[in-house]
Ligand binder design. Sequence first.
Ligand SMILES: *Cc1c(COP(=O)(O)O)cnc(C)c1O
Length: 240
Amino acid sequence: MAAAAERGTGAVSRRDDLAANLAELEARITRACTAAGRARDELTLIAVTKTWPVSDCLLLRDLGVTELGENRDQEAAQKAAAVTGVRWHFVGSVQTNKARNVASYADVVHSVDRPSLVSVLGDGAVRTGRTVDVLLQISLDGDPDRGGAEPSAVPGLGEQVAQTAGLRLAGVMAVAPLGADPADAFARLAEVSHRLRADHPAATAISAGMTGDLEQAVVAGATHLRVGTAVLGARPAPLR
Ligand SMILES: *Cc1c(COP(=O)(O)O)cnc(C)c1O
């Protein structure tokens, strides 16, 4: 009786849904790796849980997901406090006045694109006795409004991160430009990564690829996939 009643609750079927989504996504990633001649273990999957409840984060953790991503400080801070035992990735643009707080819970910040952010993140990491992995977000469409540093700014920014206490330069990240071929964009990101690694050999991470374009990212050498929709379902339309 108890089991039947439990099966009737949303929590049980949500777990099954997430498990099925993860299995399907895993098969898709494996196919992409095979097609690209890469090994599955070269890629880390980050489940982007923004807009979904803490209960989903806990279910994903129970299902073996070890990396979770968020894009807004307040929501991310609450979830990181409630869900331990996973690595938290901050993937959204960071407002300078939120950066100190982000550095207090994020294990990896994917979206560092300007010098002012580097110093504040470093300060937040040092104050909390943490080391935060930093990815430089690269603009691949020349549109500064969408965030990301110009490729020409990468050497300077990389050097600044490398010299900032509390931060570790881990690599690069990009979001494919709207309306352009993601394969071309990710190829350019790979070039930026190649140049950065000449100066910083440990900065090997390439964060690229979401639900719509992960195959192209795998071809271009991505090491971290940031996937929301394929794991959790379609998000409600954002307010604004
Ligand atoms: C929301 C988000 C994702 C996940 O996008 P999906 O298309 O739902 O997989 C990845 N990266 C960033 C920066 C995001 O904000």
